[in-house]
Write a protein that binds this ligand. Structure first.
Ligand code: GLN
Length: 287
């Protein structure tokens, strides 16, 4: 984009589409529109209605800087600062995993399995999207959410405030912040990518999502090995533990539930793409 040309909305969008495509971004035209919406304050229809209008200098400068960031494969959600999840818009920064629609299965399953849960724990809450969605479904439940990252909890707290959700946020690893307590329902989307696979992920994920939210150790199952047996101590009898899993991990994670000894036979739920995404079971009896 050079200075002296007249850059109309249409010309900008056409140029950006080609530029982003050349950088390996598949949804280039749509992303160009979203970036331009963010700069102009218009919605997509608004953009269409003023295709011939030139951008002013400050709009052009801001837009160029956002496009340059995207060209470096920074996630669109970091540039726009938000992502929708389960019908609500969440603030997203580099301190939290970008909420994924696949994770909505965890929320739906939690409500389907134990709609009467009065005390709920979300481990590794990140942006807070799971805990806040649960608060909207379980309107009377007391919800606690933990994360090892204090920086993530700053974002989660802002998201909870924005959506009027009352959630107890505690910093610390796994169950450490809730020692001595027990819950009707425990959910978690832990890091589950095998360490060696991280280098093969999209750059948006590999270079920008927090490593601590992705890396599940050699086979991706490290956190499940810690979390599942210990969860027994933190669940009421009849309480459910539901965890998100990565592709191909269902059987191994189900086996961890069986080995823990006092859970029901685990059930597996799929995401909209048909991939096993959530494994869960309830505690039959406290040992
Ligand atoms: N679902 C994320 C991904 O595939 C990974 C998140 C996680 O490890 N919990 O990129």
């Amino acid at each position: 984009m050079t200075q002296n040309e007249v850059w109309t909305t249409l010309k900008v969008l056409t140029w950006t589409k080609e530029f982003l495509l050349s950088k390996g971004i598949v949804n280039a035209r749509l992303e160009a529109e979203w970036l331009l919406c963010a700069v102009t304050g218009l919605d997509r229809v608004g953009l269409y209605l003023q295709y011939d209008k030139p951008l002013n200098e400050s709009e052009l400068a801001e837009y160029k800087s956002k496009v340059a960031r995207r060209a470096k494969r920074e996630p669109l959600q970091h540039i726009l600062g938000s992502q929708e999840f389960y019908g609500l818009e969440y603030e997203v920064t580099a301190d939290v995993l970008v909420p994924r629609h696949d994770t909505e299965v965890l929320v739906s399953e939690a409500f389907a399995r134990h709609p009467d849960a009065a005390t709920i724990l979300d481990i590794g809450t990140g942006s807070g999207c799971i805990a806040i969605s649960l608060q909207k479904l379980f309107t009377k439940a007391l919800i606690t959410a933990t994360d090892i990252s204090a920086a993530a909890l700053v974002v989660a707290r802002r998201n909870a405030e924005k959506h009027g959700a009352s959630i107890e946020f505690l910093v610390g690893s796994l169950f450490a912040p809730v020692a001595g307590r027990s819950f009707d329902l425990i959910v978690s989307n832990p890091p589950y990518i095998p360490s060696a696979e991280i280098e093969t992920l999209d750059r948006e994920v590999r270079d920008y999502d927090p490593r601590s939210a992705l890396d599940g150790g050699k086979d991706g199952l490290d956190i499940y090995r810690e979390l599942i047996p210990v969860a027994v101590t933190y669940l009421h009898s009849g309480g459910w533990l539901l965890v998100e899993i990565g592709a191909g991990q269902a059987e191994d994670v189900a086996q961890l539930f069986r080995t823990a000894g006092c859970f029901s036979e685990p059930c597996v739920s799929r995401d909209p793409a048909g991939i096993d995404r959530v494994v869960g079971a309830y505690l039959k009896e406290k040992p």
